[in-house]
Design a protein around this ligand. Sequence first.
Ligand SMILES: NC(=O)c1ccc[n+]([C@@H]2O[C@H](COP(=O)([O-])OP(=O)(O)OC[C@H]3O[C@@H](n4cnc5c(N)ncnc54)[C@H](O)[C@@H]3O)[C@@H](O)[C@H]2O)c1
Length: 365
Amino acid sequence: MLRSPGCGGRLRHLPVRGNYQKVNANSCVRFAVQILHATMSTAEKMPPRIAVLGCGYWGSNHIRTLKSLGALYAVSDQNSDRAAGFAADQGVEAIAVDDLFTRPDVDAIVMALPPQFHAQSAIRAVSNGKDVLVEKPIALTVPDAEAAVKAAHDHGRIFMVGHVLRFHPAFEKLLELIKAGDLGDVSYIHSHRLGLGKFHTENDALWDLAPHDLSMILAITGTEPLEVRGEGAAVLDHLSDFAHLHLRFPNNVRGHLFASRLNPYRERRLTVVGNKAMAVFDDMEQWDRKLAVYKHSIWQDEGQWASTTEEPSYVKVAHGMPLTRELQNFIDCIGSRNEPRTDGEEAIRVLRILTAGTVVHNKVK
Ligand SMILES: NC(=O)c1ccc[n+]([C@@H]2O[C@H](COP(=O)([O-])OP(=O)(O)OC[C@H]3O[C@@H](n4cnc5c(N)ncnc54)[C@H](O)[C@@H]3O)[C@@H](O)[C@H]2O)c1
């Protein structure tokens, strides 16, 4: 162990590959640390020191979850009272936003800001040697997103996007069934993400809600769409409160997405239609009914299509909170330097589709 700078006198292990901050130690001590670290099991290694930037609704979930994983080091928010409240609750430091990016004792930053601030903050962070997990959407334009991901690449930093449903055990199981051929050839995927609010002023329902669905759809198809068509309705102001996307993939695989922030009920449902079976991931269902597989029969009888319906079978899904699993993937990648499951390239692919499907409404007020 070695005392690292600026960590309040805490003793910390240092990783062999130095993505954590540089330490003013003499070479003998550093060599000893490397040997010690190389012989330690993963469980014995200290987690990275992660700060959460943006202590709002979703940032507070990151704060609590990182704390439970032993990796919460600090919090930061332009609202210093809010940051101070979380710092006191969690027993960590509140760091002023302007100081956060250059603090040598912070290894990585999780950003949950209004999305117009994500790209610029991510560039500041990676340029100062921090790994980043940036909430979706990582920017409000593709060029901004590309600049942030390129900066991370240029500085050898981990860049992860918070497409949290990719870490949902029910979605992982669904993907496993599809890859094993249990649904047969997939021809159609549709996803509904409906509810009331939140009404952002800079991004519409499509950009706020659909990144999750697009991330899952792209994981299923394994390829980008050939064609994207969007429709949107702006009811409250000039940004779409309802949005539909129609996607056409190679092999005539079709996708359809409906996102709304002005709907009387909540719906979180992804449906995959294959020629052997159909599956539904319904995140509003209780855990043992989140993933249903329907083996209906459909056949042609003297030129007429006919069908018989079957009761769904519910697939056993391992327990685990998606956000905990997402953050664990981030922590693992900080240590291993492997690419996260939801990396910057994936974030850009999603933003390209959002851009192609965005409907611009005239400002009426
Ligand atoms: N992955 C998910 O499931 C999920 C769910 C909800 C929100 N989000 C995303 O998280 C992000 C934050 O959403 P939210 O609902 O928590 O918003 P929020 O408005 O509740 O919180 C934003 C916080 O950022 C702070 N802030 C604003 N500008 C800042 C700046 N320039 N520097 C420092 N702090 C600043 C605000 O004071 C506030 O505390 C959005 O990108 C949103 O899309 C993701």
